[in-house]
Design a protein around this ligand. Structure first.
Ligand SMILES: *Cc1c(COP(=O)(O)O)cnc(C)c1O
Length: 408
């Protein structure tokens, strides 16, 4: 019999979302009439922007002619999309990122996992707690951790608690780490980092030869013009950071699939013999060998995000979800619940009332309000006693969910 990858056997039972699905299904089977409202999983709900749909329809028609047909595209993405991204997302904010440094992909969940392909086994890895589970589980699968303890913390990882005391942005580690995962605006806490906070991380990374893996999937939700959208707005970040971005949350591409990773030229890692190696070249090689690019049609759809109509439509989508977030914050606060986040991110992070633990509050909300949220403890031990509600839903559902929670 073929041997399996034993690292998978170290994974703590059940990824968070399958466990939620299991409990919701059990509840629905027992209560088929209950009108469930899902504010749990971080998936968008509103239709794709018209500009994107029109661009994809036109691309499909092009593909129907001999002249307009596209087979395999460049593994790194089409130059016109990489140019549009570099110009609109980075250069417009003063970041010196070029098209060559943009790698278009089918998702930043995969990119943030796949990046481990080009990184060595001996790195000391820091993650926040709570954290987007993908960063941890991908390291477990790649054999970069030890076993999990009772609360689900893996040996070999450095956990940086994010709590109300540090306004949900982690403290800079006191020990030396080599790899740091940061996600701002944050999933799950909805917190955001200021320029000076990010400068602290960049300074730490440069002083310690560490690499920052910066997940900016939610940058479009930032409302405060003073806040940084990209790690490259911080001086020195080109020498120590890779950034992940996605069209999933701003433009509703969760089912359409398009994202990008920025690997600056001249960003170096170290080989076992001490030689410096350019990470760009390794990632380029990895993508060329293991990835065959994003569909031409989808890349045309993503390009339309940067058109005048597309920009307006994406802004409207973001404003819509942020209005939901404001309602959630307002109503929970009125219900006497302590809330965080939801001002620069589509997630509200709440302190569970009456000392409910996270899963008990999940069951309480599901059983009595028929509202599905996400238990904070599912994102890490320090998330215990917290709960995440997502603003990704219709206004009617958000209003109704809040009415039910207030009536509890
Ligand atoms: C949703 C999300 C992404 C986007 O993932 P895709 O694979 O591009 O859909 C990335 N990071 C975080 C933290 C997310 O919540």
């Amino acid at each position: 019999m073929a041997q399996v990858n034993g690292n998978y056997l170290k994974l703590k039972a059940g990824y968070l979302f399958p466990e939620i699905a299991r409990r919701v299904k059990a509840f629905c089977d027992a209560n088929p009439e209950a009108p469930i409202i899902r504010l749990g999983i971080g998936d968008v709900t509103e239709p794709l922007p018209e500009a994107c749909r029109n661009a994809m329809k036109a691309a499909i028609d092009e593909m129907g002619s001999r002249e307009g047909f596209h087979g395999y595209g460049p593994e790194q993405g089409y130059p016109w999309l990489r140019e549009a991204i570099a110009k609109n997302d980075f250069q417009s904010r003063g970041c010196q990122i070029t098209a060559e440094e943009i790698f278009v992909s089918d998702g930043s969940k995969c990119d943030s996992s796949n990046i481990l392909d080009i990184l060595g086994e001996g790195n000391r890895i820091a993650v926040t707690d709570p954290v987007y589970p993908v960063y941890v589980d991908s390291n477990v699968m790649a054999g970069r951790t030890g076993d999990a303890d009772e609360v689900g913390r893996y040996g070999g990882l450095t956990y940086l608690p994010i709590t109300a005391a540090n306004s949900f942005t982690a403290e800079i580690p006191t020990e030396k780490v080599d790899l740091i995962y940061l996600c701002f605006p944050n999933n799950p806490t909805g917190a955001v980092a200021t320029k000076s906070q990010l400068q602290g991380w960049v300074d730490y990374a440069r002083a310690n030869d560490a690499l920052i893996l910066f997940d900016a999937a939610y940058e479009a939700f930032i409302q405060d013009p003073e806040l940084p959208h990209s790690i490259y707005e911080i001086s020195g970040a080109r020498e120590c950071a890779i950034e992940f971005r996605s069209f999933s949350k701003n433009a509703g591409f969760t089912g359409t699939r398009c994202a990008l990773t920025v690997v600056p030229r001249g960003l170096m890692g170290t080989a076992a013999n001490g030689e410096k190696v350019e990470l760009w070249a390794l990632w380029n090689r990895r993508q060329c060998t293991k990835f065959n690019g994003v569909s031409y049609i989808v890349q045309r759809g993503a390009e339309a995000v940067y058109s005048l109509e597309g920009q307006g439509q994406v802004k409207a989508l973001v404003a819509f979800y942020m209005q939901n977030a404001a309602i959630i914050r307002r109503e929970l606060t009125a219900a006497g619940i302590e809330v965080f986040g939801g001002e620069q991110a589509p997630y509200v992070w709440l302190k569970t009332p009456k000392n409910f633990d996270s899963w008990a509050f999940f069951d309480h909300l599901l059983g009595n309000a028929h509202v599905v949220g996400t238990p904070g403890s599912g994102f890490g031990a320090a998330g215990e006693g917290y709960f995440r509600l997502s603003a990704f839903n219709s206004l009617a559902n958000v209003d109704e969910a809040m009415r039910r929670i207030r009536a509890l």
